[in-house]
Design a protein around this ligand. Structure first.
Ligand code: CO
Length: 351
């Protein structure tokens, strides 16, 4: 158990530290491949960059698709000022009020750049400016370049992608801090569940999907190719168990177990999937909680609408502060999500 825990922590750390904004998920795909290629009957990457790991079981069992998105919220360089400052667009839902002062890692063709999202210093802001959120178009990234020419010469260019620049850390007591837990927590679950089922007779495809944060794009084409009988999106979802949150608005809490979606903006979980998850949680005494605020969407939103429809749902690891620079989760939630998902694949396959 101790080994399992430290292995899982190490895997989450590796995935969390990896670079993977929407449109450039190759580093995350490489990590998944390294973890799973010896466990898979077949590995395949499609034209958009989704990576598929197949476990072929017996013919009588349904095809179960597990999806975890490899991308994270990020940044796109849209313009370089003559003074060397970069203008940018966000990729995925990042509130602009948290942006000023963040450290950013940008990837150019030749090398990486460390930068800071800058604003006018507070000392010279008017009282009005201090109260207001600075819109994204007025923010900039400072990479320490003195001119457009210097930025170009160093390899910075329009189209460079970036992510928050944060190193994973263990805080003690099982609490884990890092960037991109949405959805590297889901990727960790994907890896562990696939490994756990390697000797089973079930038919499973684990998919690392691309471009979820900009609208479930990879999962759409992935599910179309697979035509699964069931789909389950594995996620890192928001927990708001922090001072000032009303209990009914917390949605999920840390150490409350895997978060089962009943409904969100894009899906109503199929009753067969929902019932199976709830029954397993109760029968196997795996702690679980429901997502209590039906906001957000996951890959299940596009998977369930594939062709004639795919009974689908979402199970997520609760994480505080997602869609910001750094999130917090607990190892128990990660472990319980792995257990519930593994049991789900077994149970739904036998239905
Ligand atoms: Co997500």
């Amino acid at each position: 158990m101790v080994n399992d825990l430290s292995e899982r922590t190490t895997l989450l750390a590796t995935l969390s530290n990896a670079f993977g904004p929407p449109g450039n998920e190759v580093n995350v795909a490489e990590i998944l491949k390294k973890e799973l290629e010896d466990f898979a009957d077949e590995v395949r990457v499609d034209k958009l960059g989704n990576i598929f790991f197949y476990h072929h079981g017996r013919e009588r069992y349904p095809n179960v698709m597990l999806a975890a998105h490899m991308d994270e919220v990020g940044f796109l360089v849209t313009f370089i000022e003559t003074t060397g400052f970069l203008r940018f667009q966000t990729l995925g839902g990042i509130p602009s009020n948290i942006l000023p002062g963040q450290t950013i890692l940008l990837r150019g063709e030749k090398r990486d750049f460390k930068g800071i999202i800058g604003t006018k210093p507070p000392h010279i802001m008017t009282d009005e400016e201090k109260k207001n959120v600075v819109p994204i178009e007025d923010l900039f990234i400072d990479i320490g370049a003195e001119s457009l020419e210097e930025a170009n010469n160093r390899g910075m260019e329009i189209g460079a992608l970036g992510v928050f620049d944060i190193e994973f850390a263990e805080l003690g007591g099982g609490y884990l801090r890092g960037k991109a837990f949405d959805d590297r927590a889901g990727c960790t679950v994907l890896v562990e569940v696939f490994k756990a089922l390697k000797d089973s007779h079930y038919n499973l495809v684990a998919v690392g999907t691309v471009q979820e944060e900009v609208g479930g794009r990879g999962a759409r084409t992935a599910a179309w190719q697979l035509e699964p009988d069931y789909g389950l999106a594995l996620e890192g979802t928001f927990a708001a168990d922090v001072p000032g949150s009303r209990e009914d608005r917390m949605s999920a809490t840390l150490k409350g177990g895997p978060v089962i979606t009943i409904m969100d903006r894009t899906t109503i979980t199929h009753p067969a999937v929902l019932r199976t998850l709830i029954t397993l949680g109760k029968e196997k005494a795996i702690p679980f909680q429901f997502k209590k605020v039906p906001m957000g969407g996951t890959d299940a939103g596009v998977i369930h609408l594939t062709k004639a429809g795919v009974p689908s749902g979402t199970v997520a690891v609760p994480c505080r502060y997602i869609h910001g620079p750094v999130a917090l989760t607990h190892i128990d939630d990660l472990s319980n999500t792995i257990t519930l998902t593994t049991e789900f694949v077994k149970a739904i396959s036998r239905q």
